[in-house]
Ligand binder design. Sequence first.
Ligand code: NAP
Length: 336
Amino acid sequence: MRIILCGFGVVGQSLVKLFDSRAEDLYAKYGVKPRVVGVFDSKGSAVDSSGLEFNKLVEVKKKFGTVKNYANTKNSMTGIEILKNVEADVLIETTASNYKDAEPGMTHITTAMKKGMHVISVNKGPLALAFPSLMELATYNQVMFKFSGTVGGGTPILDYAKNSLSGERITSFAGILNGTTNYILTNMATGLSFDEALKDAKDKGYVEADESLDLDGLDAAAKLVILANWIMGMKVTLPDINCTGIRKVTTDDIKKAEKNNCSVKLIASCNKDLKVSPIEVSNEDPLCVNGTLNAIAFTSEHSGTQTIIGRGAGGMETASSILRDLLDIRKEIART
Ligand SMILES: NC(=O)c1ccc[n+]([C@@H]2O[C@H](COP(=O)([O-])OP(=O)(O)OC[C@H]3O[C@@H](n4cnc5c(N)ncnc54)[C@H](OP(=O)(O)O)[C@@H]3O)[C@@H](O)[C@H]2O)c1
């Protein structure tokens, strides 16, 4: 399968490492040979229609800070030029999530769909701001649009709710969808102040470059939008979410929760309304996970409530979700 990869940061590099380490097994088990024919980061690109070398891409990025130096040419194509001119089957979008205008991911995705390419995105920005219209565009252009890694990293939350509970009617769900805020709140429960816990999370590299995405609940709200559209069939975008982050949570709030045998957690919920806010959760509730873990509880009409717990982020975990999407696309193409 010919692939164009947008963005070559943590996830993009993990993905080509995964392709490299699984090459034989992917071919033997699924008949899939991922061929990355174009890749670009913010500074330039590399293109080879016969397939770029995975190890060399990672080495070049490490040495020069960009994939542009992969070949000894002076000029490299822009991302849009690649999308318009290089023949490929699938676009994998891994540029940074942006909740103001969803760029550059939005243009990458729409350009690829209009060209008839299937799209896999781990970038949440375009989905958070325009989920319904992107689904329409995919349908109109008869391409597949997959985004397993946008919620739960490698934990197959979207697939579970959509496929394992198929035939059921999910009536509500609630979850801890942002590992960074969960880490901060967990540390506050051990006695750290908000500022101390935030500093520790920053030191460990858990906090987004724009800390507001984590602390003000935007990342969790974006995931809630994706879940609400995909699982509940709603047509909503980010402004429809009633969103409060964790900046105002105090150590007193945490102590008060403890007295009730509860912990304060940033919960994204879809019940009567769509909401992200810090609330008390019983310590006995399976949803009450600690550290950077994510958890989500789906309540359905006949099967009761089921909770899925897993690591919500990480380069390799997210890359594995991209691979899952890619194999789904391959299977679907083979069927039609
Ligand atoms: N990391 C995770 O665990 C995780 C989990 C789930 C979802 N995600 C999502 O996956 C995406 C990638 O995450 P990441 O951790 O890999 O981020 P990252 O390390 O910051 O990588 C982002 C990549 O996007 C590139 N980029 C930025 N602006 C660009 C532009 N205008 N044109 C082309 N490339 C551009 C960057 O280029 P440079 O290299 O030149 O800076 C970089 O290669 C994000 O949307 C994130 O929200 C991440």
